[in-house]
Write a protein that binds this ligand. Structure first.
Ligand SMILES: C[S@@+](CC[C@H](N)C(=O)[O-])C[C@H]1O[C@@H](n2cnc3c(N)ncnc32)[C@H](O)[C@@H]1O
Length: 265
């Protein structure tokens, strides 16, 4: 590993983790100002920030959207939340916004899961599951032991479906929808192609990371909500989803995320 600048948290590298390959969870943590990254993650993230300086704001905007959406779920009486592609623990985690709900964090990344388990140790109503959402059968089987899938559940898929290519991403959402009753919620945020002149370079950086990026148009993102009623204001730029000045400081920033909240009919 490269010499680490002062202030970075340097830990033993978990078994099976190659710190020389930029990791999408740790790159995102770096955008958010976190300290859980290795040199290769930061170098790739800096390349992205050179191409698209608003990435940092976009990540913060995404977290602000998560907080507003989860607050809505709580107000709507949802008490089971599955946060898929949860990422490294950061400020304003789902279980902190919905302390009375049963929360299951899911991620396929070993480092994310290790940090999640350490953070959540002792918490009765919250768990961390290492699973790949591209394997919906296995995912549903393991979730069934942690939440009651016969009762309304909310699935958060923030900043994760753009790491799943083509129809595979729609298939995962379809399987979750079919496995759950009316009244379930789906929350999605997804990157769009906001700066086409630099997109090929950005995609190349992610192609060399642990997961390639698959940008979709707003119309393609809307397809994830097939079978769901999109709640007002619909599928919009993240900062336009029920804005709350107390929770969001992203005004004036180029928005690269689209998102919405749907309720199963
Ligand atoms: C950009 S982070 C988003 C974190 C968080 N959901 C948020 O929006 O702030 C994407 C996360 O998705 C995870 N991820 C990507 N592909 C996945 C998959 N197939 N199964 C489970 N997790 C996945 C990554 O490990 C990473 O932690």
């Amino acid at each position: 590993m490269d010499a680490e600048p002062q202030g970075w948290i340097v830990e033993a590298v978990p078994e099976g983790v190659d710190p020389s390959v930029p990791n999408v969870a740790r790159m995102y943590d770096y955008y958010l100002g976190g300290k859980d990254s290795f040199a290769a993650d930061r170098a790739a993230a800096e390349q992205i920030l050179q191409l698209f300086p608003d990435t940092r704001h976009a990540a913060l905007e995404n977290r602000a959207f998560l907080r507003r959406a989860v607050r809505h779920l709580v107000d709507a009486g949802v008490d089971q939340i599955v946060d898929l592609g949860a990422g490294l623990p950061t400020q304003g985690n789902t279980h902190e916004i919905a302390p009375r709900a049963r929360v299951v964090y899911v991620d396929y990344d070993a480092v994310v899961c290790a940090h999640g388990r350490a953070l959540l140790a002792g918490g009765e109503n919250v768990s961390m599951l290492q699973a790949d959402l591209r394997k919906p059968d296995e995912l549903l089987e393991r979730l069934a032991g942690l939440v009651d899938l016969d009762r309304p559940t909310a699935f958060l898929m923030l900043g994760v479906l753009h790491f799943v290519p083509d129809e595979e991403a729609y298939e995962v959402v379809r399987r979750l929808r079919e496995a759950t009753p009316a009244g379930c919620h789906l929350v999605v945020s997804h990157a769009i192609d906001a700066k086409p002149d630099t997109t090929p370079e950005a995609l190349e950086i992610y192609r060399k990371a642990t997961a390639a990026l698959h940008l979709r148009t707003p119309e393609e993102i809307a397809r994830f909500f097939d079978g769901f009623e999109l709640l007002a204001p619909g599928l919009v730029h993240l900062r336009d989803w029920r804005p709350d000045p107390d929770l969001d400081d992203s005004a004036g920033v180029v928005s690269i995320g689209y998102g919405g909240v749907g309720r199963k009919l």
